[in-house]
Ligand binder design. Structure first.
Ligand SMILES: Nc1nc2c(ncn2[C@@H]2O[C@H](COP(=O)(O)OP(=O)(O)OP(=O)(O)O)[C@@H](O)[C@H]2O)c(=O)[nH]1
Ligand SMILES: [Mg+2]
Length: 324
């Protein structure tokens, strides 16, 4: 399969899962031609709905995503799932679990699941996830779900790409709702209390409401007046999935009605462009210095032979000249 040939875009857009997998790998690994690939695909993007789902480890995110996928498949929508696990290496349990999920859905080409983990120095995970979502979007998937373990800034950055963000909590977290990182609570367009078959769902609901009454929704620069609803689910038996689907649709309708879709997209691209610029400039700087030089410079600074401020100014100054 040659991604340079003209026919592959057609094959990708006709739903060829092998071409999709190949294109995603190329982009994720920053393999030869990745940038040209994304350039060619970009005109075909912007149609998929992107739903981000995040929550603590084991909250039932994958189970919930599977239920949603089944629901949307019944409506004949094609689904792409990106399971991002920044905490575990490729051999980790969550990724293994996702492999099993992939097999379960194997017979349905309308569901495509991809797992991702941190990839070292090749740009941030949020960036890679966004690029993979772009490929899925271009391939004509109607709906893309991005699942992340809600543990830190990485996850906030990732789910920020989504049109709709669902934050999943579970009973028995005690006072943890508070400590769950203000950052994650603030990005919720919809709250899900999963494992509502367990004791304590009402308590979690009360805690969310209490937090909501304190916070003004000026968060992730989405200054809208939406009050995130709370949906109780039991993901493993499908209870509440219909309500969650309805809540998602309601928020999307709200965005349409208030003309917020474009505004949200602009805000997302503002973040993404800055990250892309940062990556590109850093790569240029690295190219120019070669890796050995970074170590040498570091030694010089550590030994106080030169100051880092002037050094960085000099390197950045050279970048502009190098490009002309
Ligand atoms: N009792 C109960 N168990 C559930 C529910 N939803 C999921 N589970 C179980 O919780 C466990 C974790 O579910 P996952 O869907 O893998 O959770 P996750 O959030 O994707 O987990 P990580 O990706 O590892 O963070 C599984 O054993 C599920 O069967 C629920 O509503 N009630
Ligand atoms: Mg999972």
């Amino acid at each position: 399969m040659n991604l340079e040939s003209n026919s592959w875009i057609e094959r990708l857009r006709s739903g060829d899962a092998r071409v999709l997998a190949r294109a995603i790998s190329t982009v994720e690994n920053r393999a030869a031609g990745w940038a040209d690939l994304l350039k060619a695909l970009f005109p075909h993007t912007g149609k998929a709905r992107v739903i981000g789902l995040t929550g603590p480890p084991g909250a039932g995110k994958s189970t919930l995503v599977d239920q949603l996928a089944k629901h949307y498949r019944k409506e004949n929508q094609t689904v792409g799932i990106i399971a991002v696990d920044p905490t575990s290496p490729y051999t980790g349990g969550a990724i293994l679990g996702d492999r099993i999920r992939m097999q379960e859905h194997f017979s349905d080409p309308g569901i495509y699941i991809r797992s991702m983990a941190t990839r070292g120095s090749l740009g941030g995970l949020a960036r890679a996830t966004a690029d993979v979502a772009t490929v899925m979007d271009a391939s004509g998937r109607d709906l893309i779900m991005i699942e992340t373990v809600g543990v830190g800034q990485d996850e906030v950055d990732i789910v920020r790409l989504a049109d709709v963000t669902v934050v999943i909590l579970v009973p028995g977290m005690g006072d943890d709702v508070q400590s769950i990182k203000a950052g994650i609570m603030e990005i919720a367009d919809i709250f899900v209390i999963n494992k509502s078959d367990r004791e304590g769902a009402e308590r979690v609901e009360r805690e969310i409401r209490a937090l909501q009454s304190l916070a003004i929704r000026s968060d992730h620069s989405r200054g809208d007046h939406w009050t995130p609803p709370i949906v109780k689910t039991v993901a493993c038996d499908g209870t509440g999935i219909g309500e969650l689907v309805a809540a998602i649709a309601e928020y999307e309708a709200y965005l349409q009605k208030e003309n917020l879709v474009l505004q949200h997209n602009i805000e997302n691209w503002q973040e993404r462009l800055i990250e892309m610029l940062r990556d590109a400039l850093l790569e240029k700087a690295r190219e120019q210095m070669k890796d050995g030089n970074v170590a040498r410079y570091a030694a010089e600074v550590a030994e106080h032979k030169r100051d880092p401020y002037t050094l960085v100014e000099e390197i950045v100054g050279k970048l502009g000249k190098a490009s002309s």
